[in-house]
Design a protein around this ligand. Structure first.
Ligand code: MG
Length: 163
């Protein structure tokens, strides 16, 4: 029942979720270069979540009997300035994803595609959680500033994060 415009945007969203995974993998690599395996683990769990988001949309398009069209995934940034920079860029990125999701919801409403509108509820909720989690980490990082002990404590905490 979904129209072509919506399928096109859902396929685009698969691409954005895969790009998110790629971006977080680049951030994980930066943490590994710094020897911060816990932070790297945090980002690699994030990679897995993004791959799952892409797969959820993939399954939905498939369930509609529509065509999955995979687009080129752009290269993520190659360098970052600091651990704080990673999370600030993560928040900026997640806000852009939230806008895309809201754009999709608006389109679904406009096209009276109730199934897609309902499907997207999961993503609307997910984005609130994503942004909130990252904001909390940014607050902590600002609080500990350049304290090595503070960074190492967070690193130990993030080593425990599981998908
Ligand atoms: Mg996502």
């Amino acid at each position: 029942m979904a129209n072509k415009k919506i399928i096109k945007q859902l396929n685009h969203q698969i691409n954005r979720e895969l790009f998110s995974a790629y971006l977080y993998m680049a951030m994980g690599a930066y943490c590994d270069e710094k020897g911060l395996r816990g932070f790297s683990n945090w980002f690699i769990v994030q990679v897995k979540e993004e791959l799952e988001h892409a797969k959820i949309i993939y399954d939905y398009v498939n369930d509609l009997g529509e065509k999955i069209e995979l687009l080129a995934i752009e290269a993520p940034a190659k360098s970052f300035n600091s651990i704080l920079d990673l999370f600030e860029k993560t928040l900026t990125h997640e806000k852009s994803v939230t806008k895309l999701i809201w754009g999709l919801v608006s389109l679904a409403k406009q096209e009276k595609d109730y199934a897609t509108e309902n499907f997207l509820t999961l993503f609307v909720k997910e984005q609130i959680e994503e942004e909130s989690n990252v904001r909390a980490i940014i607050d902590k990082l600002k609080f500990i500033k350049d304290s090595g002990a503070g960074i190492l404590k967070l690193d130990s905490e993030f080593a425990l994060r599981k998908f």
